[in-house]
Design a protein around this ligand. Structure first.
Ligand code: SAM
Ligand code: SF4
Length: 429
Protein backbone atom coordinates (compact mmCIF):
# COMPACT_ATOMS: atom_id res chain seq x y z
CA UNK A 1 0.00 0.00 0.00
CA UNK A 2 2.84 2.40 0.82
CA UNK A 3 4.53 1.80 -2.56
CA UNK A 4 1.18 2.47 -4.22
CA UNK A 5 0.73 5.68 -2.17
CA UNK A 6 4.23 6.84 -3.15
CA UNK A 7 3.49 6.22 -6.83
CA UNK A 8 0.37 8.41 -6.59
CA UNK A 9 2.19 11.11 -4.58
CA UNK A 10 4.83 11.33 -7.36
CA UNK A 11 2.08 11.48 -9.99
CA UNK A 12 0.27 14.32 -8.19
CA UNK A 13 3.47 16.31 -7.68
CA UNK A 14 4.59 15.87 -11.31
CA UNK A 15 1.24 17.25 -12.47
CA UNK A 16 1.95 20.36 -10.39
CA UNK A 17 5.38 20.83 -12.02
CA UNK A 18 7.68 19.08 -9.51
CA UNK A 19 10.52 16.86 -10.74
CA UNK A 20 11.33 13.64 -8.83
CA UNK A 21 14.89 12.81 -7.86
CA UNK A 22 16.40 9.70 -6.32
CA UNK A 23 19.20 11.83 -4.88
CA UNK A 24 18.05 13.01 -1.48
CA UNK A 25 21.02 15.39 -1.08
CA UNK A 26 19.96 17.48 -4.10
CA UNK A 27 16.21 17.53 -3.32
CA UNK A 28 14.44 20.77 -2.42
CA UNK A 29 11.64 18.78 -0.81
CA UNK A 30 12.06 15.45 0.99
CA UNK A 31 8.92 13.46 1.80
CA UNK A 32 8.91 10.48 4.14
CA UNK A 33 6.06 8.08 3.47
CA UNK A 34 5.92 6.25 6.77
CA UNK A 35 4.69 2.96 8.22
CA UNK A 36 3.94 2.36 11.87
CA UNK A 37 3.05 -1.33 11.91
CA UNK A 38 6.13 -2.01 14.03
CA UNK A 39 8.14 0.33 16.23
CA UNK A 40 11.36 -0.12 14.20
CA UNK A 41 9.88 1.52 11.10
CA UNK A 42 8.87 4.54 13.16
CA UNK A 43 12.35 4.86 14.68
CA UNK A 44 13.83 5.05 11.19
CA UNK A 45 11.91 8.29 10.52
CA UNK A 46 13.40 9.97 13.61
CA UNK A 47 16.93 9.03 12.51
CA UNK A 48 16.49 10.07 8.87
CA UNK A 49 15.07 13.53 9.67
CA UNK A 50 17.91 13.97 12.18
CA UNK A 51 20.48 13.28 9.41
CA UNK A 52 18.92 15.93 7.19
CA UNK A 53 18.88 18.47 10.00
CA UNK A 54 22.54 17.89 10.82
CA UNK A 55 23.85 17.91 7.24
CA UNK A 56 25.79 20.92 5.92
CA UNK A 57 23.55 21.75 2.97
CA UNK A 58 20.60 24.20 3.03
CA UNK A 59 17.68 22.49 4.71
CA UNK A 60 15.06 21.14 2.28
CA UNK A 61 11.33 21.23 3.01
CA UNK A 62 10.62 18.04 5.00
CA UNK A 63 7.21 16.41 4.88
CA UNK A 64 5.92 13.36 6.71
CA UNK A 65 3.10 11.32 5.22
CA UNK A 66 1.60 7.87 5.83
CA UNK A 67 0.64 6.12 9.05
CA UNK A 68 3.01 7.87 11.45
CA UNK A 69 1.74 11.24 10.16
CA UNK A 70 -1.89 10.17 10.61
CA UNK A 71 -1.34 8.89 14.14
CA UNK A 72 0.94 11.60 15.45
CA UNK A 73 -0.50 14.64 13.64
CA UNK A 74 0.82 17.98 14.88
CA UNK A 75 2.71 16.37 17.78
CA UNK A 76 5.35 15.39 15.18
CA UNK A 77 6.42 19.04 14.99
CA UNK A 78 7.33 18.86 18.68
CA UNK A 79 8.76 15.35 18.57
CA UNK A 80 11.01 15.80 15.52
CA UNK A 81 12.73 19.11 14.92
CA UNK A 82 12.90 19.91 11.21
CA UNK A 83 9.53 18.57 10.06
CA UNK A 84 7.66 21.21 8.00
CA UNK A 85 4.43 19.49 7.08
CA UNK A 86 2.40 16.47 8.16
CA UNK A 87 -0.12 14.84 5.86
CA UNK A 88 -2.39 11.96 6.88
CA UNK A 89 -3.10 8.76 4.96
CA UNK A 90 -6.16 10.14 3.19
CA UNK A 91 -4.72 13.57 2.44
CA UNK A 92 -2.19 12.36 -0.18
CA UNK A 93 -4.07 14.18 -2.95
CA UNK A 94 -3.26 17.52 -1.28
CA UNK A 95 0.51 17.08 -1.09
CA UNK A 96 1.30 19.87 -3.56
CA UNK A 97 -0.86 22.31 -1.55
CA UNK A 98 1.02 21.35 1.62
CA UNK A 99 4.37 22.16 -0.05
CA UNK A 100 3.05 25.49 -1.39
CA UNK A 101 1.75 26.47 2.02
CA UNK A 102 5.06 25.54 3.64
CA UNK A 103 7.00 27.62 1.10
CA UNK A 104 4.61 30.52 1.77
CA UNK A 105 5.34 30.13 5.52
CA UNK A 106 1.66 29.42 6.19
CA UNK A 107 2.72 27.28 9.17
CA UNK A 108 2.18 24.79 10.73
CA UNK A 109 0.88 22.64 7.87
CA UNK A 110 -0.93 19.58 9.18
CA UNK A 111 -3.72 17.96 7.14
CA UNK A 112 -5.31 14.80 8.51
CA UNK A 113 -8.56 15.30 6.59
CA UNK A 114 -10.56 12.89 4.47
CA UNK A 115 -9.91 11.83 0.90
CA UNK A 116 -11.50 14.03 -1.74
CA UNK A 117 -14.69 12.53 -3.21
CA UNK A 118 -13.18 12.90 -6.70
CA UNK A 119 -9.70 11.61 -5.71
CA UNK A 120 -7.75 10.44 -8.76
CA UNK A 121 -6.34 6.94 -8.12
CA UNK A 122 -4.40 6.72 -11.37
CA UNK A 123 -0.62 6.58 -11.53
CA UNK A 124 1.42 8.09 -14.36
CA UNK A 125 3.33 5.37 -16.24
CA UNK A 126 6.74 6.83 -15.34
CA UNK A 127 6.07 6.66 -11.61
CA UNK A 128 4.97 3.05 -11.52
CA UNK A 129 7.60 0.79 -9.89
CA UNK A 130 7.51 -1.21 -13.13
CA UNK A 131 6.14 -0.32 -16.58
CA UNK A 132 4.61 -3.79 -16.83
CA UNK A 133 3.16 -4.27 -13.35
CA UNK A 134 0.57 -2.02 -11.70
CA UNK A 135 -0.67 -1.90 -8.11
CA UNK A 136 -4.36 -1.10 -7.96
CA UNK A 137 -5.93 -0.35 -4.56
CA UNK A 138 -9.45 -1.84 -4.48
CA UNK A 139 -10.19 -1.33 -0.79
CA UNK A 140 -8.59 0.96 1.76
CA UNK A 141 -8.67 0.98 5.55
CA UNK A 142 -9.55 -1.87 7.88
CA UNK A 143 -12.51 -2.74 10.15
CA UNK A 144 -11.00 -5.80 11.78
CA UNK A 145 -9.21 -4.34 14.80
CA UNK A 146 -6.88 -7.27 15.44
CA UNK A 147 -5.71 -6.41 18.94
CA UNK A 148 -2.02 -5.91 18.05
CA UNK A 149 -2.55 -3.80 14.94
CA UNK A 150 -2.37 -0.06 14.37
CA UNK A 151 -3.77 -0.09 10.80
CA UNK A 152 -7.47 0.53 11.63
CA UNK A 153 -6.32 3.63 13.53
CA UNK A 154 -3.90 4.88 10.88
CA UNK A 155 -5.91 4.02 7.76
CA UNK A 156 -9.50 4.39 8.95
CA UNK A 157 -12.54 2.29 8.04
CA UNK A 158 -12.86 0.03 4.98
CA UNK A 159 -13.92 1.76 1.77
CA UNK A 160 -14.15 -0.16 -1.49
CA UNK A 161 -13.82 1.29 -4.97
CA UNK A 162 -16.64 0.55 -7.39
CA UNK A 163 -15.94 -2.45 -9.61
CA UNK A 164 -16.82 -0.39 -12.69
CA UNK A 165 -13.98 2.03 -11.82
CA UNK A 166 -11.53 -0.82 -11.11
CA UNK A 167 -12.38 -2.51 -14.41
CA UNK A 168 -12.04 0.81 -16.25
CA UNK A 169 -8.57 1.29 -14.77
CA UNK A 170 -7.50 -2.28 -15.62
CA UNK A 171 -8.62 -1.81 -19.23
CA UNK A 172 -6.67 1.44 -19.44
CA UNK A 173 -3.57 -0.16 -17.92
CA UNK A 174 -3.82 -3.04 -20.37
CA UNK A 175 -4.03 -0.63 -23.31
CA UNK A 176 -0.93 1.13 -21.92
CA UNK A 177 1.14 -2.07 -21.98
CA UNK A 178 0.72 -3.28 -18.37
CA UNK A 179 0.73 -7.08 -18.26
CA UNK A 180 0.13 -7.76 -14.59
CA UNK A 181 -2.12 -6.01 -12.07
CA UNK A 182 -2.01 -6.50 -8.31
CA UNK A 183 -5.33 -5.78 -6.66
CA UNK A 184 -4.26 -4.50 -3.26
CA UNK A 185 -5.76 -3.65 0.12
CA UNK A 186 -5.36 -4.66 3.78
CA UNK A 187 -8.09 -7.25 3.23
CA UNK A 188 -8.96 -7.49 -0.44
CA UNK A 189 -11.47 -10.24 0.11
CA UNK A 190 -13.54 -8.04 2.45
CA UNK A 191 -14.27 -6.02 -0.71
CA UNK A 192 -17.78 -4.53 -0.43
CA UNK A 193 -18.57 -1.75 -2.89
CA UNK A 194 -21.50 0.65 -2.42
CA UNK A 195 -23.31 -0.83 -5.41
CA UNK A 196 -23.09 -3.60 -7.99
CA UNK A 197 -21.92 -1.52 -10.95
CA UNK A 198 -19.31 -3.45 -12.91
CA UNK A 199 -20.18 -6.75 -11.21
CA UNK A 200 -23.39 -7.42 -13.15
CA UNK A 201 -23.40 -10.87 -14.73
CA UNK A 202 -20.38 -12.16 -12.76
CA UNK A 203 -20.94 -15.16 -10.48
CA UNK A 204 -19.61 -15.82 -7.00
CA UNK A 205 -20.81 -15.80 -3.40
CA UNK A 206 -18.75 -12.80 -2.37
CA UNK A 207 -18.36 -9.45 -4.15
CA UNK A 208 -14.59 -10.11 -4.19
CA UNK A 209 -14.85 -13.34 -6.17
CA UNK A 210 -17.21 -11.56 -8.58
CA UNK A 211 -14.69 -8.73 -8.89
CA UNK A 212 -11.93 -11.27 -9.65
CA UNK A 213 -14.05 -12.66 -12.48
CA UNK A 214 -14.88 -9.16 -13.76
CA UNK A 215 -11.19 -8.19 -13.82
CA UNK A 216 -10.28 -11.52 -15.45
CA UNK A 217 -12.82 -10.76 -18.20
CA UNK A 218 -10.84 -7.64 -19.20
CA UNK A 219 -8.29 -10.01 -20.71
CA UNK A 220 -5.31 -8.53 -18.83
CA UNK A 221 -2.67 -11.24 -18.83
CA UNK A 222 -1.99 -11.71 -15.12
CA UNK A 223 -3.93 -10.76 -11.99
CA UNK A 224 -2.55 -11.13 -8.46
CA UNK A 225 -4.18 -9.96 -5.23
CA UNK A 226 -3.01 -9.33 -1.70
CA UNK A 227 -3.72 -9.47 1.28
CA UNK A 228 -6.54 -11.92 2.02
CA UNK A 229 -8.19 -12.09 5.43
CA UNK A 230 -8.62 -15.75 6.51
CA UNK A 231 -12.12 -15.39 7.99
CA UNK A 232 -13.47 -14.02 4.69
CA UNK A 233 -11.52 -16.40 2.45
CA UNK A 234 -14.04 -18.80 0.92
CA UNK A 235 -14.10 -21.50 -1.74
CA UNK A 236 -15.56 -19.13 -4.32
CA UNK A 237 -12.17 -17.37 -4.50
CA UNK A 238 -10.35 -20.64 -5.19
CA UNK A 239 -13.03 -21.53 -7.76
CA UNK A 240 -12.48 -18.19 -9.53
CA UNK A 241 -8.71 -18.89 -9.65
CA UNK A 242 -9.33 -22.38 -10.98
CA UNK A 243 -11.64 -21.25 -13.77
CA UNK A 244 -9.73 -18.20 -15.03
CA UNK A 245 -6.32 -18.72 -16.56
CA UNK A 246 -5.25 -15.11 -15.89
CA UNK A 247 -5.98 -15.26 -12.15
CA UNK A 248 -2.56 -16.20 -10.81
CA UNK A 249 -1.91 -19.23 -8.62
CA UNK A 250 -0.75 -17.43 -5.48
CA UNK A 251 -2.61 -16.68 -2.23
CA UNK A 252 -1.19 -14.62 0.67
CA UNK A 253 -3.20 -15.64 3.74
CA UNK A 254 -1.71 -14.36 7.02
CA UNK A 255 -2.28 -16.85 9.83
CA UNK A 256 -0.42 -14.98 12.65
CA UNK A 257 -0.37 -17.96 15.06
CA UNK A 258 -0.92 -21.72 15.19
CA UNK A 259 -2.66 -21.52 18.56
CA UNK A 260 -6.41 -20.92 18.68
CA UNK A 261 -5.95 -19.43 22.15
CA UNK A 262 -3.53 -16.80 20.82
CA UNK A 263 -5.69 -16.21 17.74
CA UNK A 264 -8.64 -15.46 20.02
CA UNK A 265 -6.52 -13.02 22.06
CA UNK A 266 -5.50 -11.39 18.77
CA UNK A 267 -9.21 -11.24 17.76
CA UNK A 268 -8.41 -12.66 14.33
CA UNK A 269 -11.87 -14.16 13.88
CA UNK A 270 -10.60 -17.63 12.93
CA UNK A 271 -9.52 -20.73 14.83
CA UNK A 272 -6.56 -22.72 13.62
CA UNK A 273 -8.86 -25.58 12.54
CA UNK A 274 -10.86 -23.22 10.31
CA UNK A 275 -7.66 -21.81 8.85
CA UNK A 276 -6.29 -25.29 8.09
CA UNK A 277 -9.54 -26.29 6.37
CA UNK A 278 -9.04 -23.33 3.99
CA UNK A 279 -5.42 -24.37 3.42
CA UNK A 280 -6.56 -27.92 2.62
CA UNK A 281 -8.97 -26.57 0.00
CA UNK A 282 -6.27 -24.38 -1.59
CA UNK A 283 -3.79 -27.27 -1.58
CA UNK A 284 -6.27 -29.63 -3.18
CA UNK A 285 -6.53 -27.37 -6.23
CA UNK A 286 -5.23 -28.80 -9.50
CA UNK A 287 -3.73 -25.36 -10.18
CA UNK A 288 -0.81 -25.77 -7.65
CA UNK A 289 -1.55 -22.55 -5.80
CA UNK A 290 1.47 -21.08 -3.96
CA UNK A 291 0.77 -20.10 -0.40
CA UNK A 292 2.42 -17.38 1.69
CA UNK A 293 1.67 -16.01 5.15
CA UNK A 294 2.52 -13.62 8.01
CA UNK A 295 3.23 -14.83 11.55
CA UNK A 296 3.78 -12.96 14.82
CA UNK A 297 5.84 -14.60 17.56
CA UNK A 298 5.85 -13.52 21.20
CA UNK A 299 2.33 -12.08 21.40
CA UNK A 300 1.38 -11.41 25.07
CA UNK A 301 0.57 -14.67 26.83
CA UNK A 302 2.07 -16.88 24.09
CA UNK A 303 3.44 -19.91 25.97
CA UNK A 304 6.03 -22.37 24.70
CA UNK A 305 3.14 -24.76 23.99
CA UNK A 306 1.33 -22.11 21.91
CA UNK A 307 4.54 -21.44 20.04
CA UNK A 308 5.08 -25.15 19.33
CA UNK A 309 1.55 -25.23 17.87
CA UNK A 310 2.71 -22.48 15.49
CA UNK A 311 5.78 -24.56 14.58
CA UNK A 312 3.57 -27.59 13.89
CA UNK A 313 1.14 -25.48 11.85
CA UNK A 314 4.04 -24.15 9.72
CA UNK A 315 5.21 -27.73 9.15
CA UNK A 316 1.70 -28.78 8.15
CA UNK A 317 1.02 -25.87 5.77
CA UNK A 318 4.36 -25.95 3.94
CA UNK A 319 4.21 -22.23 3.10
CA UNK A 320 6.12 -21.10 0.03
CA UNK A 321 7.30 -18.18 2.14
CA UNK A 322 6.42 -16.54 5.43
CA UNK A 323 7.03 -13.10 6.90
CA UNK A 324 7.78 -13.70 10.56
CA UNK A 325 7.58 -10.76 12.98
CA UNK A 326 8.42 -10.38 16.65
CA UNK A 327 5.44 -8.85 18.44
CA UNK A 328 5.91 -5.09 18.77
CA UNK A 329 3.53 -3.32 21.19
CA UNK A 330 1.84 -0.38 19.44
CA UNK A 331 0.46 2.41 21.63
CA UNK A 332 -3.28 2.84 21.14
CA UNK A 333 -3.96 -0.78 20.19
CA UNK A 334 -5.98 -3.02 22.57
CA UNK A 335 -3.00 -5.36 23.10
CA UNK A 336 -0.87 -2.46 24.30
CA UNK A 337 -2.63 -2.71 27.66
CA UNK A 338 -1.50 -6.36 28.03
CA UNK A 339 1.81 -7.19 29.66
CA UNK A 340 4.44 -7.71 26.97
CA UNK A 341 5.47 -10.83 28.85
CA UNK A 342 7.61 -12.68 26.31
CA UNK A 343 11.13 -11.32 26.84
CA UNK A 344 13.09 -9.86 23.88
CA UNK A 345 15.55 -12.79 24.03
CA UNK A 346 12.72 -15.31 24.01
CA UNK A 347 11.06 -13.55 21.06
CA UNK A 348 14.35 -13.77 19.20
CA UNK A 349 14.73 -17.47 20.05
CA UNK A 350 11.19 -18.23 18.81
CA UNK A 351 11.76 -16.13 15.70
CA UNK A 352 14.96 -18.00 14.84
CA UNK A 353 13.47 -21.43 15.55
CA UNK A 354 10.44 -20.71 13.38
CA UNK A 355 12.57 -19.17 10.66
CA UNK A 356 14.74 -22.31 10.54
CA UNK A 357 11.65 -24.55 10.22
CA UNK A 358 10.20 -22.31 7.52
CA UNK A 359 13.49 -22.17 5.59
CA UNK A 360 13.76 -25.96 5.63
CA UNK A 361 10.15 -26.38 4.43
CA UNK A 362 10.61 -23.65 1.87
CA UNK A 363 13.68 -25.34 0.39
CA UNK A 364 11.80 -28.66 0.20
CA UNK A 365 8.71 -27.02 -1.29
CA UNK A 366 10.65 -25.11 -3.93
CA UNK A 367 12.13 -28.39 -5.19
CA UNK A 368 8.73 -29.18 -6.71
CA UNK A 369 9.52 -26.64 -9.41
CA UNK A 370 12.78 -28.32 -10.50
CA UNK A 371 12.63 -29.16 -14.24
CA UNK A 372 9.20 -27.57 -14.49
CA UNK A 373 8.50 -24.78 -16.97
CA UNK A 374 7.10 -21.58 -15.40
CA UNK A 375 5.72 -18.52 -17.14
CA UNK A 376 7.82 -15.53 -16.09
CA UNK A 377 7.20 -11.83 -16.65
CA UNK A 378 10.68 -10.47 -17.36
CA UNK A 379 11.05 -7.40 -15.15
CA UNK A 380 14.66 -6.16 -14.99
CA UNK A 381 18.37 -7.07 -15.11
CA UNK A 382 19.33 -9.30 -12.17
CA UNK A 383 21.50 -7.45 -9.66
CA UNK A 384 23.94 -10.30 -9.02
CA UNK A 385 24.21 -12.36 -12.23
CA UNK A 386 25.97 -10.76 -15.17
CA UNK A 387 23.76 -10.91 -18.27
CA UNK A 388 21.00 -12.22 -16.04
CA UNK A 389 17.41 -11.10 -15.91
CA UNK A 390 14.85 -11.45 -13.22
CA UNK A 391 11.08 -11.64 -12.96
CA UNK A 392 8.21 -13.34 -11.18
CA UNK A 393 6.25 -16.45 -12.08
CA UNK A 394 2.46 -16.65 -11.87
CA UNK A 395 3.02 -18.31 -8.47
CA UNK A 396 4.96 -15.17 -7.44
CA UNK A 397 8.36 -16.83 -7.23
CA UNK A 398 11.41 -14.74 -8.04
CA UNK A 399 13.10 -16.36 -11.04
CA UNK A 400 16.59 -15.56 -12.35
CA UNK A 401 17.72 -16.62 -15.79
CA UNK A 402 19.99 -15.56 -18.63
CA UNK A 403 18.59 -14.01 -21.79
CA UNK A 404 18.85 -10.86 -23.86
CA UNK A 405 17.57 -7.62 -22.36
CA UNK A 406 15.14 -7.04 -25.24
CA UNK A 407 12.97 -9.65 -23.49
CA UNK A 408 12.17 -7.22 -20.63
CA UNK A 409 8.41 -6.75 -20.44
CA UNK A 410 7.68 -10.07 -22.15
CA UNK A 411 6.22 -13.21 -20.62
CA UNK A 412 8.57 -16.13 -21.32
CA UNK A 413 8.75 -19.84 -20.52
CA UNK A 414 11.59 -20.65 -18.13
CA UNK A 415 12.66 -24.18 -17.23
CA UNK A 416 13.82 -24.32 -13.61
CA UNK A 417 17.31 -25.78 -13.34
CA UNK A 418 18.38 -24.75 -9.84
CA UNK A 419 16.59 -24.06 -6.56
CA UNK A 420 17.98 -21.61 -3.97
CA UNK A 421 16.49 -20.71 -0.59
CA UNK A 422 14.44 -17.71 -1.78
CA UNK A 423 14.61 -17.87 -5.55
CA UNK A 424 14.75 -20.14 -8.54
CA UNK A 425 17.21 -20.23 -11.45
CA UNK A 426 16.39 -21.40 -14.92
CA UNK A 427 16.82 -21.16 -18.66
CA UNK A 428 14.49 -19.90 -21.34
CA UNK A 429 12.89 -22.69 -23.39
N1 SAM B 1 -4.24 -7.03 6.81
C1 SAM B 1 -3.28 -8.04 6.81
C2 SAM B 1 -3.76 -9.20 7.65
O1 SAM B 1 -4.70 -9.12 8.38
O2 SAM B 1 -3.14 -10.22 7.65
C3 SAM B 1 -1.92 -7.59 7.28
C4 SAM B 1 -1.59 -6.16 7.42
S1 SAM B 1 -0.26 -5.74 8.48
C5 SAM B 1 0.15 -4.20 7.84
C6 SAM B 1 1.08 -6.77 7.95
C7 SAM B 1 1.59 -7.70 9.01
O3 SAM B 1 2.28 -7.00 10.00
C8 SAM B 1 0.53 -8.47 9.77
O4 SAM B 1 0.05 -9.56 9.05
C9 SAM B 1 1.25 -8.87 11.01
O5 SAM B 1 1.87 -10.12 10.87
C10 SAM B 1 2.30 -7.79 11.17
N2 SAM B 1 2.01 -6.92 12.32
C11 SAM B 1 0.99 -6.07 12.46
N3 SAM B 1 1.03 -5.47 13.68
C12 SAM B 1 2.10 -5.98 14.32
C13 SAM B 1 2.68 -5.78 15.60
N4 SAM B 1 2.14 -4.96 16.48
N5 SAM B 1 3.79 -6.48 15.92
C14 SAM B 1 4.35 -7.33 15.03
N6 SAM B 1 3.86 -7.56 13.82
C15 SAM B 1 2.75 -6.90 13.46
FE1 SF4 C 1 -4.30 -5.14 10.94
FE2 SF4 C 1 -5.94 -7.18 11.36
FE3 SF4 C 1 -6.66 -5.15 9.78
FE4 SF4 C 1 -4.77 -6.86 8.98
S1 SF4 C 1 -6.91 -7.35 9.40
S2 SF4 C 1 -4.72 -4.64 8.85
S3 SF4 C 1 -3.73 -7.32 10.87
S4 SF4 C 1 -6.31 -5.07 11.96
Amino acid sequence: MNVSDSERISTTLAKRGYEMTEDESSADVVIFNTCSVREKAEQKLYTRVGHIRHSDRPKPVVGVMGCVAQLEGETLFKKIEGVDFVLGTQAVGRVADAISRTLAHDLPVADLGDREANYDWTVADVYRHSPYIAFLPIIEGCNKFCTYCIVPFSRGRERSLLASEIVRQVRELRRGGVREVHLIGQNVNSYKPGDDSGLEGFEGRSPFSRLLRAVAATGIERIKFTTSFPRDFNDDIVEAIETNENLCNWVHLPVQSGSSKVLAAMKRGHTIEKYLAKIDRIKSSPKDIALTTDIIVGFPGETEEDFQQTVNMVDYCGFDSAYIFKYSPRPGTPAFTLADDVSPDEKTRRFLELEAVQKRNQANGLRRYLNKVLKVLVERPASRTEGGLTGHSTCHKLINFVCTSDMIGKIVDVKITEVKSNSLFGEIV
